[in-house]
Design a protein around this ligand. Sequence first.
Ligand SMILES: Cc1ncc(C[n+]2csc(CCOP(=O)(O)OP(=O)(O)O)c2C)c(N)n1
Length: 287
Amino acid sequence: MSTQTAARTVPYKEKAPFDYSSYMRKGKLPHIWCSGCGHGIVLKSLLRAIDATGIQKDDIAIVSGIGCSSRTPGYLDFNTLHTLHGRALPCATGIKLAKPKLKVIVVTGDGDALAIGGNHFIHACRRNMDLTIMVYNNYIYGMTSGQSSPTTPQSMIATTARYGSIEPTFDTCTLAKAAGATFVARGTAYHAQELEKTIYDAIMHKGTSVLDILDSCPTYYGRFNKFKSASEMMEKIEKDGTLSISQADKLPPEKREGKLLRGVLHKSERPEYCEEYERLMEKAQGK
Ligand SMILES: Cc1ncc(C[n+]2csc(CCOP(=O)(O)OP(=O)(O)O)c2C)c(N)n1
Protein backbone atom coordinates (compact mmCIF):
# COMPACT_ATOMS: atom_id res chain seq x y z
CA MET A 1 0.00 0.00 0.00
CA SER A 2 1.33 3.44 -0.93
CA THR A 3 2.34 5.60 1.98
CA GLN A 4 1.71 8.71 -0.07
CA THR A 5 -1.33 10.78 0.76
CA ALA A 6 -3.97 10.43 -1.93
CA ALA A 7 -4.54 13.57 -3.99
CA ARG A 8 -7.33 15.62 -2.52
CA THR A 9 -10.24 15.58 -4.94
CA VAL A 10 -12.46 17.96 -3.01
CA PRO A 11 -10.66 21.22 -2.16
CA TYR A 12 -10.78 22.49 1.40
CA LYS A 13 -13.48 25.06 1.89
CA GLU A 14 -11.48 27.99 3.16
CA LYS A 15 -13.03 29.15 6.38
CA ALA A 16 -11.93 32.39 8.00
CA PRO A 17 -10.54 31.76 11.49
CA PHE A 18 -13.25 32.29 14.06
CA ASP A 19 -12.93 35.66 15.75
CA TYR A 20 -13.43 34.85 19.45
CA SER A 21 -12.29 38.32 20.46
CA SER A 22 -15.53 39.94 19.31
CA TYR A 23 -17.32 37.98 22.05
CA MET A 24 -14.74 38.47 24.79
CA ARG A 25 -14.12 41.11 27.43
CA LYS A 26 -10.42 41.25 26.71
CA GLY A 27 -9.77 43.46 29.74
CA LYS A 28 -10.80 40.55 32.00
CA LEU A 29 -8.00 38.31 30.72
CA PRO A 30 -5.86 36.44 31.68
CA HIS A 31 -8.35 33.86 32.91
CA ILE A 32 -7.99 31.93 36.16
CA TRP A 33 -8.04 28.41 34.70
CA CYS A 34 -5.08 26.06 35.18
CA SER A 35 -3.22 24.71 32.16
CA GLY A 36 -4.91 21.52 30.98
CA CYS A 37 -8.33 22.54 32.36
CA GLY A 38 -11.11 21.91 29.86
CA HIS A 39 -13.21 24.97 30.72
CA GLY A 40 -11.56 27.14 28.01
CA ILE A 41 -12.30 24.54 25.33
CA VAL A 42 -15.95 24.52 26.35
CA LEU A 43 -16.01 28.33 26.29
CA LYS A 44 -14.77 28.31 22.70
CA SER A 45 -17.34 25.69 21.65
CA LEU A 46 -20.02 27.81 23.30
CA LEU A 47 -18.97 30.94 21.40
CA ARG A 48 -18.90 29.15 18.03
CA ALA A 49 -22.34 27.68 18.78
CA ILE A 50 -23.77 31.07 19.73
CA ASP A 51 -22.31 32.60 16.57
CA ALA A 52 -23.95 29.88 14.46
CA THR A 53 -27.36 30.67 15.96
CA GLY A 54 -27.10 34.25 14.66
CA ILE A 55 -28.60 35.53 17.93
CA GLN A 56 -27.31 39.01 18.75
CA LYS A 57 -25.11 39.47 21.82
CA ASP A 58 -27.62 41.81 23.46
CA ASP A 59 -30.34 39.17 23.17
CA ILE A 60 -28.38 36.65 25.21
CA ALA A 61 -27.84 36.46 28.98
CA ILE A 62 -25.21 34.14 30.44
CA VAL A 63 -25.64 33.32 34.11
CA SER A 64 -23.41 31.34 36.45
CA GLY A 65 -23.05 30.34 40.09
CA ILE A 66 -19.67 30.07 41.79
CA GLY A 67 -16.75 27.85 40.81
CA CYS A 68 -14.00 27.77 38.20
CA SER A 69 -16.49 27.02 35.43
CA SER A 70 -18.78 29.74 36.75
CA ARG A 71 -16.09 32.32 35.97
CA THR A 72 -16.95 31.91 32.27
CA PRO A 73 -19.51 34.76 31.97
CA GLY A 74 -17.02 37.27 33.38
CA TYR A 75 -14.85 36.83 30.30
CA LEU A 76 -17.74 37.13 27.85
CA ASP A 77 -19.25 40.23 26.28
CA PHE A 78 -22.96 39.46 26.68
CA ASN A 79 -25.49 40.36 29.38
CA THR A 80 -23.87 38.38 32.20
CA LEU A 81 -24.51 37.59 35.83
CA HIS A 82 -22.12 35.81 38.21
CA THR A 83 -24.27 34.90 41.19
CA LEU A 84 -23.95 32.77 44.36
CA HIS A 85 -22.83 29.19 44.71
CA GLY A 86 -25.73 26.95 43.66
CA ARG A 87 -28.00 29.85 42.80
CA ALA A 88 -27.43 30.32 39.07
CA LEU A 89 -30.76 28.71 38.23
CA PRO A 90 -33.04 30.84 40.43
CA CYS A 91 -31.31 33.97 39.11
CA ALA A 92 -31.63 32.75 35.51
CA THR A 93 -35.29 31.94 36.17
CA GLY A 94 -35.88 35.52 37.35
CA ILE A 95 -34.13 36.99 34.31
CA LYS A 96 -36.12 34.83 31.91
CA LEU A 97 -39.44 35.69 33.57
CA ALA A 98 -38.66 39.41 33.52
CA LYS A 99 -37.27 39.36 29.95
CA PRO A 100 -38.71 36.31 28.18
CA LYS A 101 -37.21 37.39 24.84
CA LEU A 102 -33.66 36.89 26.13
CA LYS A 103 -31.94 33.60 25.38
CA VAL A 104 -30.70 32.58 28.83
CA ILE A 105 -27.72 30.25 29.08
CA VAL A 106 -26.59 28.91 32.46
CA VAL A 107 -22.97 27.91 33.01
CA THR A 108 -22.55 25.79 36.13
CA GLY A 109 -20.20 23.20 37.65
CA ASP A 110 -21.19 19.72 38.82
CA GLY A 111 -20.95 20.95 42.42
CA ASP A 112 -22.82 24.17 41.71
CA ALA A 113 -25.63 22.47 39.75
CA LEU A 114 -26.04 19.13 41.47
CA ALA A 115 -24.87 19.51 45.09
CA ILE A 116 -25.73 22.90 46.63
CA GLY A 117 -27.90 23.75 43.61
CA GLY A 118 -29.45 20.29 43.21
CA ASN A 119 -32.92 21.31 44.31
CA HIS A 120 -32.97 24.26 41.91
CA PHE A 121 -31.77 21.95 39.16
CA ILE A 122 -34.64 19.48 39.43
CA HIS A 123 -37.25 22.19 39.66
CA ALA A 124 -35.82 24.07 36.67
CA CYS A 125 -36.13 20.84 34.67
CA ARG A 126 -39.66 20.32 35.96
CA ARG A 127 -40.86 23.78 34.87
CA ASN A 128 -39.51 23.54 31.33
CA MET A 129 -38.59 27.19 31.15
CA ASP A 130 -36.55 28.02 28.05
CA LEU A 131 -33.10 27.81 29.68
CA THR A 132 -29.94 26.19 28.36
CA ILE A 133 -28.12 24.62 31.32
CA MET A 134 -24.49 23.68 30.68
CA VAL A 135 -23.14 21.51 33.49
CA TYR A 136 -19.31 21.50 33.34
CA ASN A 137 -18.73 18.08 34.84
CA ASN A 138 -15.13 17.71 36.03
CA TYR A 139 -16.13 15.23 38.79
CA ILE A 140 -14.91 17.47 41.56
CA TYR A 141 -15.12 20.87 43.24
CA GLY A 142 -12.30 22.47 41.26
CA MET A 143 -12.22 25.95 42.75
CA THR A 144 -12.02 24.89 46.39
CA SER A 145 -9.26 22.29 45.81
CA GLY A 146 -10.88 19.04 44.86
CA GLN A 147 -13.61 17.99 47.27
CA SER A 148 -15.88 15.21 46.01
CA SER A 149 -19.06 16.19 44.20
CA PRO A 150 -22.24 14.28 43.29
CA THR A 151 -20.55 13.14 40.07
CA THR A 152 -17.26 11.88 41.56
CA PRO A 153 -17.12 8.26 40.40
CA GLN A 154 -17.06 5.60 43.11
CA SER A 155 -13.55 4.62 44.27
CA MET A 156 -11.97 7.78 42.84
CA ILE A 157 -9.89 10.02 45.11
CA ALA A 158 -10.91 13.52 46.18
CA THR A 159 -9.77 15.85 48.97
CA THR A 160 -12.73 14.64 51.03
CA ALA A 161 -12.41 11.01 49.88
CA ARG A 162 -8.76 10.11 50.48
CA TYR A 163 -9.42 6.35 50.22
CA GLY A 164 -11.84 6.63 47.32
CA SER A 165 -15.40 7.88 47.20
CA ILE A 166 -18.00 5.39 48.41
CA GLU A 167 -20.99 7.45 47.31
CA PRO A 168 -23.03 6.39 44.28
CA THR A 169 -23.06 9.14 41.63
CA PHE A 170 -25.70 11.17 39.93
CA ASP A 171 -25.96 10.67 36.18
CA THR A 172 -26.75 14.26 35.17
CA CYS A 173 -28.65 13.19 32.06
CA THR A 174 -30.82 10.57 33.77
CA LEU A 175 -31.59 13.02 36.55
CA ALA A 176 -32.50 15.82 34.11
CA LYS A 177 -34.75 13.59 32.06
CA ALA A 178 -36.51 12.19 35.13
CA ALA A 179 -37.07 15.72 36.44
CA GLY A 180 -38.70 16.78 33.16
CA ALA A 181 -36.07 18.49 31.00
CA THR A 182 -37.19 18.37 27.38
CA PHE A 183 -33.71 18.31 25.82
CA VAL A 184 -30.93 16.26 27.43
CA ALA A 185 -27.52 15.73 25.87
CA ARG A 186 -23.94 14.86 26.71
CA GLY A 187 -20.72 16.14 25.17
CA THR A 188 -17.09 16.41 26.16
CA ALA A 189 -14.33 19.00 25.97
CA TYR A 190 -12.30 16.42 24.01
CA HIS A 191 -14.94 16.32 21.24
CA ALA A 192 -14.99 20.11 20.90
CA GLN A 193 -16.57 20.34 17.44
CA GLU A 194 -19.27 17.82 18.27
CA LEU A 195 -19.87 19.79 21.48
CA GLU A 196 -20.35 22.99 19.49
CA LYS A 197 -23.12 21.32 17.49
CA THR A 198 -24.76 19.92 20.62
CA ILE A 199 -24.68 23.34 22.31
CA TYR A 200 -26.21 24.85 19.17
CA ASP A 201 -29.06 22.29 19.28
CA ALA A 202 -29.56 22.93 23.00
CA ILE A 203 -29.78 26.70 22.48
CA MET A 204 -32.25 26.31 19.61
CA HIS A 205 -34.52 24.00 21.63
CA LYS A 206 -37.53 25.69 23.22
CA GLY A 207 -37.74 24.50 26.82
CA THR A 208 -35.22 23.41 29.42
CA SER A 209 -32.16 21.91 27.82
CA VAL A 210 -29.49 20.24 29.93
CA LEU A 211 -26.00 19.47 28.69
CA ASP A 212 -23.71 17.22 30.72
CA ILE A 213 -20.25 18.28 29.54
CA LEU A 214 -17.43 15.95 30.60
CA ASP A 215 -14.49 18.15 31.38
CA SER A 216 -11.17 17.79 33.18
CA CYS A 217 -9.53 19.16 36.30
CA PRO A 218 -5.91 17.95 36.02
CA THR A 219 -4.80 20.00 39.02
CA TYR A 220 -6.93 18.13 41.56
CA TYR A 221 -8.86 15.21 40.10
CA GLY A 222 -6.07 14.31 37.68
CA ARG A 223 -3.27 14.58 40.23
CA PHE A 224 -5.14 12.72 43.00
CA ASN A 225 -6.08 9.90 40.65
CA LYS A 226 -2.61 9.50 39.13
CA PHE A 227 -3.31 10.51 35.56
CA LYS A 228 0.15 11.20 34.09
CA SER A 229 -0.91 14.32 32.18
CA ALA A 230 -3.90 16.47 31.34
CA SER A 231 -4.07 14.93 27.87
CA GLU A 232 -3.92 11.36 29.22
CA MET A 233 -6.77 12.20 31.54
CA MET A 234 -8.85 13.63 28.71
CA GLU A 235 -8.19 10.64 26.50
CA LYS A 236 -9.01 8.07 29.17
CA ILE A 237 -12.16 9.73 30.48
CA GLU A 238 -13.60 11.69 27.59
CA LYS A 239 -12.36 9.78 24.53
CA ASP A 240 -12.14 6.16 25.73
CA GLY A 241 -14.91 6.47 28.32
CA THR A 242 -17.63 7.63 25.92
CA LEU A 243 -19.33 6.60 22.69
CA SER A 244 -21.46 8.68 20.37
CA ILE A 245 -24.99 7.37 20.02
CA SER A 246 -24.34 6.40 16.40
CA GLN A 247 -21.15 4.48 17.35
CA ALA A 248 -22.97 2.72 20.19
CA ASP A 249 -25.83 1.64 17.89
CA LYS A 250 -23.36 -0.43 15.87
CA LEU A 251 -21.76 -2.19 18.85
CA PRO A 252 -22.82 -5.28 20.81
CA PRO A 253 -23.85 -4.62 24.44
CA GLU A 254 -20.56 -5.96 25.88
CA LYS A 255 -18.57 -3.30 23.95
CA ARG A 256 -20.85 -0.52 25.25
CA GLU A 257 -20.47 -1.66 28.86
CA GLY A 258 -19.25 1.12 31.17
CA LYS A 259 -19.23 3.81 28.45
CA LEU A 260 -21.23 7.02 28.66
CA LEU A 261 -23.20 8.03 25.60
CA ARG A 262 -22.60 11.33 23.80
CA GLY A 263 -25.17 13.19 21.74
CA VAL A 264 -28.82 14.07 22.25
CA LEU A 265 -30.16 11.45 24.68
CA HIS A 266 -33.67 12.78 25.08
CA LYS A 267 -35.89 15.27 23.30
CA SER A 268 -39.57 15.94 23.84
CA GLU A 269 -42.08 18.77 23.61
CA ARG A 270 -44.01 20.30 26.44
CA PRO A 271 -45.48 23.79 27.02
CA GLU A 272 -42.73 26.29 27.81
CA TYR A 273 -43.09 27.97 31.21
CA CYS A 274 -42.94 31.65 30.16
CA GLU A 275 -45.55 31.10 27.45
CA GLU A 276 -47.82 29.35 29.96
CA TYR A 277 -47.26 32.22 32.39
CA GLU A 278 -48.19 34.74 29.70
CA ARG A 279 -51.43 32.84 29.06
CA LEU A 280 -52.16 32.78 32.78
CA MET A 281 -51.71 36.55 33.04
CA GLU A 282 -54.09 37.11 30.15
CA LYS A 283 -56.64 34.85 31.85
CA ALA A 284 -56.24 36.70 35.16
CA GLN A 285 -56.75 40.01 33.33
CA GLY A 286 -59.92 38.65 31.68
CA LYS A 287 -58.48 38.97 28.14
C1 LIG B 1 -22.62 29.01 49.96
C2 LIG B 1 -21.22 28.62 49.52
N1 LIG B 1 -20.72 27.44 49.91
C3 LIG B 1 -19.49 27.06 49.51
C4 LIG B 1 -18.74 27.91 48.74
C5 LIG B 1 -17.32 27.50 48.35
N2 LIG B 1 -17.24 27.07 46.98
C6 LIG B 1 -16.87 27.91 45.99
S1 LIG B 1 -16.78 27.17 44.51
C7 LIG B 1 -17.22 25.67 45.19
C8 LIG B 1 -17.28 24.41 44.35
C9 LIG B 1 -17.17 24.61 42.88
O1 LIG B 1 -17.22 23.37 42.23
P1 LIG B 1 -18.02 23.19 40.89
O2 LIG B 1 -19.35 23.83 40.97
O3 LIG B 1 -18.03 21.73 40.56
O4 LIG B 1 -17.18 24.01 39.82
P2 LIG B 1 -15.65 23.91 39.33
O5 LIG B 1 -14.87 24.84 40.25
O6 LIG B 1 -15.21 22.48 39.46
O7 LIG B 1 -15.69 24.38 37.93
C10 LIG B 1 -17.45 25.79 46.55
C11 LIG B 1 -17.83 24.66 47.43
C12 LIG B 1 -19.29 29.15 48.37
N3 LIG B 1 -18.62 30.01 47.58
N4 LIG B 1 -20.52 29.47 48.76
